[in-house]
Ligand binder design. Sequence first.
Ligand SMILES: *Cc1c(COP(=O)(O)O)cnc(C)c1O
Length: 379
Amino acid sequence: MIPYGRQHIDNDDIQAVLEVLSSDFLTQGPLVPRFEQAIAQFCGANYAVAVNSATSALHLACLALELGPGDRLWTSAVSFVASANCGRYCASEVDFVDVEPLTGNICLKALSAKLGEAERQGTLPKVLVVVHLAGQSVDMAALGALTRPYDIRIIEDASHALGAYDGADRVGQCRHSDICVFSFHPVKPITSGEGGMAVTQNPVLAERISSLRSHGITRDVQKMPSAPDGDWYYAMTELGFNYRLTDIGAALGLSQLHKLPGFMAKRQALAANYDKALPTPWQPLAINAPAHCAYHLYVVRYPGISLSQKAEKFSALRSAGIGVNLHYIPIPNQPYYQSLGQNPAHYPGAQQYYREALTLPLFVDMTDAQQQQVLESLR
Ligand SMILES: *Cc1c(COP(=O)(O)O)cnc(C)c1O
């Protein structure tokens, strides 16, 4: 089966991990801060806090923004469930904004209408999680212009978009957001095995996330409510978690980061090949600036197809050894969110996207022969 995505690991990566394995620290050593500094510098952000997954990063980002019971979190109707679940971890209500069916990204018209309605009803969200689907950044300046009149905190779920640009800004620069989150799962732009990162320009938010990722414990005397009992002392000042990234993972992530520009160039070249060769009526996702897109995924659309017709094509492609996938089932369609009162029909853009979209294999080590096989099977 040609997979829809997979990691590229070379000798430098293996060497970097081996060095950690024979060092003093497998976790809580020097590699985590080095990886954090490298990501912060890469993104043009002041702070980066490494954690064990993007899901953890989203949870801590919500907690740092003081999302809690009685609050609301909105996110895009088409994303991985983690973009919404972080709101539920904080006992908040979760609601969704419809997407543009041609890009799968949040629809700014739908957002604008929903904000107006929520203002009238007194149901405005505290946090909006914006998803850069497939590695294409949402127009964050336009989104910021819509949310600015309200007191809404913005988290970017950039799990797909490390290396992407939003106009002149690197995703992660947080010019129009409070916190931006990346994933380092093996199928994502770079990997640390499992892993994630929260980046921000705000020192208070960085400090909160950093405390919560390790039990809410501090050894910093300045942050203790009273003088330490002795040199052994540490203070747990709030309820945190163990969401730490290992040094093994950080070493791999750091080694991978050096290769990200090459990875992205390869993904863009493969995407351009697909764009030219797709058989009608398949169409690529609408990408405004291909050179700015991280192409975590290569999504195609079959305009007007029904879900059952697509299911047939999907299983035929799988039978032909093509590891097609679907990113994503709209989150309001999930039984859990329907049990909380969501109605999929309220998101027609997401349902159209769901009917029409299909993810084709795209990964750094994909060969021309593999790409031709995918196209041949699609034909
Ligand atoms: C992969 C992904 C996540 C979760 O990332 P993990 O690192 O696996 O926790 C969250 N949101 C989106 C959009 C993703 O694609």
